[in-house]
Design a protein around this ligand. Structure first.
Ligand code: HEC
Length: 121
C-alpha cells in the first residue's frame, strides 16, 4: 500500500514536470521571435569584431587595445570611412595620427552590425 502511493506520487510529479517543460517552450518561442533584431545585430557585430578587429583593438571596445585605440561609440560615418575607404568623416579628429589600420572593404555589409555592437550596452 505505501509503495503504491509512492508510485502514484512519482507519476504525478513527472506529469507536472512535463507540463511545465512544454509550457515553457510554448510561451518562450513567440516572445523570442519578436523584437530581437537589435540584440541579434549587436551579437553579430560582436562576432565580426572578434574575428577581425581584436588583433589590434581590445576585445572590450571601451578599452585601448594592443595597437588600436578604444573604438566604443564609433559612428556609422566613422566606421564606413575607416573600414571602407581608410578616411575619417569631415571635421573628425582621429584618436591617433597614425595610419596603421588596414581597410576592410569586404566588411561593408557588416558595418550596421559592428555599429550596433560598438554602441550597445
Ligand atoms: C592591424 C591592426 C588593426 C586592425 C586589425 C583593426 N584596427 Fe582599427 N585601428 C588600428 C589603429 C592602429 C588605429 C589608429 C589609427 C591608425 O593608425 O590607422 C585604428 C583606428 C580605428 C578607428 C578610428 C578610431 C578613432 O576614433 O580615431 C576605428 C573606428 C577602428 N579602428 C575600428 C576598427 C574595426 C571595427 C576593426 C575590425 C573590423 C579594426 N579597427 C581593425 C589598428 C587596427
Amino acid at each position: 500500500m505505501p509503495e503504491r502511493s509512492h508510485q502514484l506520487f512519482g507519476i504525478v510529479l513527472m506529469a507536472a514536470a512535463v507540463g511545465l517543460l512544454s509550457g515553457c517552450r510554448c510561451s518562450s518561442s513567440p516572445s523570442s521571435s519578436t523584437s530581437t533584431l537589435a540584440p541579434n545585430l549587436s551579437a553579430r557585430g560582436k562576432t565580426v569584431y572578434a574575428g577581425n578587429c581584436i588583433a589590434c583593438h581590445n576585445p572590450d571596445p571601451k578599452l585601448v587595445g594592443a595597437v588600436g585605440p578604444a573604438v566604443y561609440g564609433s559612428s556609422l560615418e566613422l566606421l564606413e570611412g575607416r573600414l571602407i575607404k581608410g578616411t575619417y568623416p569631415d571635421g573628425y579628429k582621429p584618436k591617433r595620427p597614425s595610419a596603421g589600420m588596414p581597410v576592410f572593404p569586404h566588411l561593408a555589409a557588416e558595418i550596421p552590425a559592428l555599429h550596433a555592437f560598438l554602441n550597445g550596452p
